[in-house]
Design a protein around this ligand. Structure first.
Ligand code: R5P
Length: 298
């Protein structure tokens, strides 16, 4: 078995965990934005684990997906790989797991089909944002799909903080699942979630609070991902208003559109903890161990 992917700290640790060689992937991008990912080694007759992460910041999902699709097909068609497990720690387009307005695409399902058609025999991802369908495997016809929890890594990191009387809070109704999962790994039953309304056309967010007594308590506001930071910032602001002492903003995927971090800190968060499912210099928790276990399981 071989690991193919960018020669970064994440993949160096993943290769070490799996005890396999890392074959570097050069992520060349032309000035016009076209990509030409190049596998710098021999993969003939090998079972390959392809691991590539998206970069934080706006505009990168589509470039990232082209890199993944081209590399999969190249490995299968020209580079003789026997089988391919794709490690895609953040699964873009997962939020579009339903057709919300007539004429929109069912993007998450279409992406599953594209990955499979390009050559993925199995896909491993982390905390995939699917609320309206049964599970990650529904995005694929035959490929094996594994959805690893990112909250264990997050909880391990939060446990290192000396928090006083901690309470875990999700910023919207859907996030009660994430709050419950983090609470499970953190070892508490103290969790709840606010409610949020987002205008599907304008994206405007309104947070509805539940009056919970948070005065003097340390609060972990948790979500699966932060994009613009609007959802997280609104919740952090409310939690501060409700008298919280330290506010930790914790999320698995640092998608992070420009200014998202400023927005969250500006709202009053004291600490931000995110995992390394996406390339971001501020990631403090790592999912490498959980992904290595999933690869071994496949
Ligand atoms: C939504 O359902 C997700 O769980 C996140 O709450 C959302 O994607 C965050 O987006 P933003 O940071 O743009 O508010």
């Amino acid at each position: 078995m071989l690991l193919v992917g960018p020669n970064d700290d994440f993949n160096i640790r993943l290769a070490k965990n799996l005890d396999v060689e890392l074959v570097a992937l050069d992520r060349r991008v032309f000035p016009d934005g076209e990509v030409c990912p190049r596998v710098l080694g021999d993969t003939r007759d090998e079972d390959v684990v392809l691991s590539i992460r998206m970069e934080a910041g706006s505009g990168s999902p589509n470039r990232y997906l082209m890199e993944v699709l081209f590399t999969l097909r190249n490995l299968k068609e020209h580079m003789g790989a026997k089988s391919i497990i794709l490690v895609m720690p953040y699964f873009p387009y997962a939020r579009q797991d339903a057709i919300f307005r007539a004429g929109e695409p069912l993007s998450s399902k279409y992406l599953g089909g594209l990955l499979e058609a390009a050559g993925a025999d199995a896909v491993i991802s982390v905390t995939v944002h699917l609320h309206r369908i049964g599970g990650f495997s529904e995005l694929f016809e035959g490929a094996k799909a594994v959805n690893v929890s990112g909250f264990e890594a997050l909880a391990d990191k939060i446990k290192e903080l000396p928090l006083r009387d901690p309470f875990i809070l999700g910023p919207d109704t859907e996030s009660i699942h994430w709050a419950r999962e983090l609470a499970h790994y953190y070892g508490t039953e103290e969790f709840d979630a606010f409610k949020k309304e987002r205008d599907v056309a304008t994206g405007e967010i309104k947070t509805h609070v539940k009056e919970i007594d948070l005065s003097g308590r340390d609060v972990i506001v948790v979500d699966d991902m932060v994009s613009t930071g609007g959802t997280m910032a609104n919740a952090v602001k409310e939690v501060k208003r409700m008298g919280a002492r330290i506010v930790v903003s914790a999320f698995v995927h640092p998608v992070l559109a420009p200014k998202a971090v400023d927005r969250i800190l500006g709202a009053g968060a004291d600490i931000i903890i995110a995992t390394d499912t996406i390339e971001w210099s501020g990631s403090k928790a790592s999912v490498v161990g959980s992904i290595a276990e999933a690869v071994q399981g496949v």
